[in-house]
Design a protein around this ligand. Structure first.
Ligand code: FE2
Length: 189
C-alpha cells in the first residue's frame, strides 16, 4: 500500500455525501473510498474508464448516476409520496463503482487491464466487503453487489432498482443501448 498517496477529496468529487444524515455512514463512505484509493494504481480519479467497452471516464458517469438517482427519489416523493432511504441511496450510488479503482489498473502498455481483484471477484465485491467490515448496513452492500447487469441477482430494494436503472440509462447516454427485447412465456409464481 502506498501510504504517501495524496488522499482523495471525496466531498469535492461527490458533494452529495454531505447530505448523508447518519454520521457513521457518512464517515464510512469517505473511509471506504480512501482505502480503495490508497490501494489503487491510479493517480487521477478522472483517468479511470467506466469499463473496457466504455472508455468514457467513470467519474462523470458516477457523478451523473448519483444526481439522477436523487432526482428520481425527489420525483417519487413529489408525485407519489414514496419515501426512498436517501442515506442508503447516496451511499450506494457513490460506492457502487468505487471498486473499479482496484478492479482495473493502467498496464505498462498504457492499456487498462484487470487487477487480481478484478479477475477473481465480481464487480463491486471489494467495496461491499469493506462496507461490511465497517458496519455499513447490509442493504447498501446488497445494492453495490446487484447494481450491475453482470450481477447474478437483481436488486430487491427500491433504492437498488433506482440505481440499477439510472446506471443503465447513463450508459445508454454516454455509450449505447445494449438491451434487446425477448418475447417469451414465463411462469410468474
Ligand atoms: Fe458498476
Amino acid at each position: 500500500m502506498d501510504t504517501a498517496r495524496k488522499p482523495l477529496d471525496v466531498i469535492a468529487l461527490y458533494p452529495q455525501v454531505q447530505e448523508i444524515r447518519d454520521e457513521k455512514l457518512r464517515n464510512a463512505v469517505i473511509e471506504i473510498w480512501q482505502e480503495m484509493w490508497e490501494m489503487s494504481a491510479w493517480d487521477d480519479p478522472g483517468a479511470l474508464p467506466t469499463s473496457f467497452e466504455i472508455p468514457y471516464p467513470n467519474l462523470p458517469h458516477t457523478q451523473c448516476v448519483v444526481a439522477m438517482a436523487l432526482s428520481v427519489a425527489d420525483a417519487f416523493k413529489k408525485y407519489h409520496g414514496i419515501e426512498v432511504n436517501r442515506d442508503h441511496l447516496i451511499a450506494a450510488a457513490v460506492l457502487q463503482d468505487a471498486s473499479k479503482v482496484v478492479e482495473y489498473e493502467p498496464g505498462p502498455d498504457g492499456k487498462v487491464r484487470r487487477t487480481a481483484i478484478g479477475k477473481n471477484y465480481g464487480h463491486g465485491f471489494w467495496c461491499a466487503h469493506l462496507a461490511v467490515q465497517k458496519g455499513v448496513p447490509h442493504e447498501i452492500s446488497h445494492v453495490m453487489l446487484t447494481h450491475s447487469s453482470s450481477a447474478a441477482k437483481f436488486p430487491d430494494t427500491l433504492e437498488g432498482k433506482i440505481l440499477y436503472y439510472v446506471d443503465q440509462l447513463d450508459v445508454i447516454g454516454i455509450h449505447k443501448d445494449r438491451w434487446t427485447k425477448h418475447l417469451m412465456i414465463a411462469k410468474r409464481d
